[in-house]
Ligand binder design. Structure first.
Ligand SMILES: [Zn+2]
Length: 475
């Protein structure tokens, strides 16, 4: 299998790889798309974030069919190997083929989602295809928080059905995704001279994972476990100094350092921590068995006041965390969850960074409500940000039926339905266009978002046939 530039979807993917297009750096591709539209005499709009929509009228005789939105994001995750000299701001990707796979030397390939961009261009230029009116949408800054798609306006679209070319899997479509937001709680810190000895409780050995894909796996959250072990000390003399745990709001924290002072005998302290450790280890035996703690002596002349110490420990101890609700329609799908991903202590403020996810807006609202109440009771200030909508499962989907039929006709294969607790632009379109019917479609690629990313070239060809088949079914 070679990368045959005579095939138009391959040609356009190759063109795209010549233009740097890491997230936030989409102007070059956007200019290319506008030039393409002008050259082909197609109507287009471009907005302030460089999102581009190119319109094409229905093929002859299909003017009465409902318009079809096709969509892909133009940005890619710019990752490279440590020894790579690649400059993502100016260098073209260095493509090569190996065992039927297309790869980029030392970097991500951007098959996610450049394959979708290439498909749309190949479809837009082909006047021999049968299709309804097309609204081909090229979005920006997807990989850094669905930023481009969030500013799209409903007046750009007439269609109420869409093919998303992000995600892929060749024979599968998404049927649900999560919405979410970030909730940050802040505690202003008050300090006083400390009485007891100083310690650092270090939570270690946990496996972590993505708060979308792995939140249902009963993994230990280092931040939550640290607060729990301190609560279980039942030590009235204990005063917090600081808590620092986790790196990202959307990763389950693997490690946490909780610094405190205590007047308890060290041996007694260790005995009580050991007791908690034993219980937690048993709880996590089959999900996160590597868990352990270490206690380090560290002198501190100052600690937080009793009230601040209690408020903070109570907040973490009382807040819901982790898996909340499952779907009863889709086996194994998490509907709602939250993750206390990061706790950070600065000179006079402690920050808790929580990622909330739900396929339902009400699920997000409910968790914001609970955290807000807790923040008010325990004297925290708070803010929510980076909110994006979810895609809740619809039982009826004419688009899915068309996809199913095309797969059967072309390859005698059954359509696979997948649901995810991660976010995607489909949720944004669900919120933008009420009642929109969406499928996702695309070729098989592996290790996306890493320098090992590789595109199955045979799948790239087959998926294009499937796409053209579904577009024709929509005519
Ligand atoms: Zn993508």
């Amino acid at each position: 299998m070679e990368f045959d530039l005579n095939k138009r979807h391959c040609f356009y993917f190759n063109e795209l790889c010549k233009i740097p297009h890491g997230s936030g750096n989409e102007k070059g591709v956007s200019d290319y798309l506008v030039e393409f539209a002008k050259e082909k005499g197609l109507r287009y709009v471009r907005d302030e974030l460089y999102n581009v929509i190119i319109y094409k009228d229905a093929s002859k005789g299909h003017e009465d069919s409902e318009p079809l939105i096709i969509q892909a994001h133009v940005d890619m995750v710019p990752e490279k190997n440590k020894d790579s000299a690649h400059d993502f701001l100016k260098d073209p990707l260095d493509l090569y083929v190996e065992d039927g796979f297309l790869k980029a030397k030392g970097t991500t390939l951007g098959a996610d989602d450049g394959t979708g961009v290439a498909y749309m261009l190949a479809i837009l230029e082909d006047d021999s295809l049968i299709h309804p009116a097309l609204e081909c949408t090229f979005t920006t800054q997807e990989e850094i928080g669905l930023i481009g798609s969030m500013v799209l306006k409903s007046e750009y679209f007439k269609g109420h059905r869409m093919i998303s070319l992000d995600g892929g899997g060749e024979i599968s479509t998404s049927i649900s995704s999560a919405g979410g937001c970030v909730f940050k709680a802040y505690k202003k810190l008050h300090k006083e001279p400390s009485k007891g000895n100083g310690y650092v409780l270090m939570i270690r050995g946990l496996s972590g994972g993505h708060s979308g894909g792995e939140i249902h796996k009963e993994k230990g959250n280092a931040n939550v476990l640290a607060a729990r072990m301190i609560q279980e000390l039942k030590d009235d003399s204990l005063r917090l100094v600081s808590i620092d745990g986790g790196l990202k709001d959307n990763a389950i924290p693997r490690e946490c350092d909780l610094t405190f002072t205590s007047e308890l005998e060290r041996a007694e302290l260790v005995a009580r921590l050991d007791k908690s450790q034993k219980a937690i280890k048993e709880e996590l035996e089959f999900s996160d068995g590597g868990f352990f703690y270490e206690l380090k002596d560290e002198k501190h002349d100052e600690a937080l006041t009793e009230k601040d110490s209690e408020d903070i420990l109570n907040f973490i101890y009382l807040m819901p965390n982790g898996f909340m609700h499952r779907s009863m329609a889709i086996e194994g799908l998490t509907i709602t969850s939250l993750n206390l991903g990061v706790i950070k202590t600065d000179a006079d403020v402690m920050m808790l960074d929580i990622s909330i996810r739900s396929a339902l807006e009400s699920g997000i609202d409910n968790l914001i409500g609970i955290l807000t109440k807790l923040a008010n009771i325990l004297d925290f200030s708070y803010e929510t940000s980076a909110r994006y909508p979810g895609w809740n499962y619809s039982e009826v989907s004419p688009m899915r039926d068309k996809f199913r039929k095309v797969l059967k006709d072309l390859y005698a294969i059954d359509l696979v339905e997948t649901a995810s607790h991660g976010g995607c632009e489909c949720g944004v379109f669900k919120a933008l266009i009420p009642g929109i019917d969406i499928i996702s479609l695309g070729p098989v690629a592996y290790d996306v978002h890493t320098p090992d990313e590789r595109l199955d070239l045979a799948s790239f060809d087959r998926s294009f046939e499937i796409l053209k088949g579904v577009v024709k079914e929509c005519a």
